[in-house]
Ligand binder design. Structure first.
Ligand code: BT5
Length: 318
């Protein structure tokens, strides 16, 4: 089954790159499959929404391909496997519930019907508009360091999305609105972390948001006026993430701290920390080697390790 799926993507790639028609014979030779198998894959691609012209004696020509992710291409950017879904409840949940997953694999979906944020919040994940993906890691790091992977993921996204900034710990913003959110979850054994799922939601080609999100969410399309290839962006983000992750595993947070702090919009600003049901006004000063936020309050310094911090002037806090 897997090889059939990969084959259709391989054919699509050849047709995309071709300048005009490609004969059935050429496809069958290139891919080592029969012409009948080529034809079957062409039919599957048409069912997926591709417009492929076919003429006897000439072969096949791609006239239109919908913006769908190609897991075969994405696999080139990850050390593990790519698990692709047209629609799934949540890629984080799917990754958590799948067994025998190689380290460094990615679960990615065109749409999520139950995309999740932190604390059970909902994450809007409309079909074909964004990148909804979860990276599956078995890092063998202490549980206390797992939150640093959220910061690493945020930095990877920020490196790829021009003019974006990070709101500590897990939001990537453009012009003060959220373009990406990150949800890191783990399952741990007593002395080591068994698996970590780093979920990323990136709004790419969303043309609008529901009324409750309109003031706080944005997409690359809304910011630039241009549609972007989700596949290309996902590949770039994954490449950056795995490069940063390798540095992080070798040298810890110090490997990324300077760049993270430079891109962190929270630092130096007035914040409100929500702690034990109460609100504390403070100024964000620094980030510790464990990824916690250090804030200066009336009564001295305070270290915050969970993300319930509002930043003055951002996402509805004035
Ligand atoms: C997050 O939570 O920002 C983490 C979002 C992680 C989503 C990814 S998608 C792939 C993977 N699979 C999942 O099921 N989840 C991960 P939090 O900081 O709690 O922010 C949630 C809040 O962001 C919501 O309460 C809304 O206010 C807002 N929000 C919801 N959908 C949004 C969207 N598409 N863009 C911007 N903001 C959104």
């Amino acid at each position: 089954m897997v090889s059939v799926i990969v084959m259709k993507y391989k054919i699509l790639e050849i047709l995309k790159e071709a300048d005009g028609f490609v004969s059935g014979e050429e496809l069958s030779k290139k891919l080592g499959i029969s012409r009948n198998a080529v034809w079957k894959n062409i039919c599957t691609l048409r069912k997926d929404g591709c417009a492929i012209a076919s003429f006897a004696g000439k072969g096949y020509k791609l006239d239109f391909a919908p913006d769908v992710l190609n897991p075969h291409n994405l696999e080139k950017s990850v050390p593990g496997r790519v698990y692709y879904f047209k629609s799934v409840k949540s890629t984080n949940t799917e990754a958590k519930n799948t067994e025998n997953v190689p380290d460094g694999s990615v679960f990615i979906a065109e749409s999520q019907t139950g995309g999740r944020g932190r604390l059970g919040r909902k994450w809007a994940s409309p079909g074909g508009r964004g990148i909804w993906m979860s990276i599956y890691l078995t890092p063998e790091i202490p549980a206390a360091d797992v939150s640093l992977l959220t910061l690493t993921a945020g930095l990877a996204v920020c490196r790829v999305i021009k003019k974006s900034q990070i709101k500590w710990p897990n939001d990537v913003l453009i012009n003060g609105k959220k373009v990406c959110g990150i949800l890191t979850e783990m399952s741990a054994e007593i002395d080591r972390t068994a698996k970590v799922i780093v979920g990323m939601g990136i709004n790419v080609n969303n043309e609008f948001f529901s009324i409750d999100l309109i003031d706080k969410a944005t997409s690359l399309y809304l910011e630039t006026g241009e549609k972007h290839s989700r596949e290309k962006l996902a590949a770039e983000i994954l490449k950056e993430f795995f490069a940063l992750y390798a540095d992080f595993k070798e040298r810890g947070f110090s490997a990324i701290a300077t760049e993270y702090k430079r891109k962190c919009v929270t630092l130096g600003r007035e914040v409100v920390v929500i702690k034990n049901g109460g609100e504390i006004r403070a100024v964000a000063e620094d980030i510790t080697p464990f990824g916690e936020l250090v804030v200066k309050t009336e009564n001295g310094f305070l270290t915050v390790n969970s993300g319930e911090v509002s930043v003055r002037g951002l996402l509805g806090y004035n």
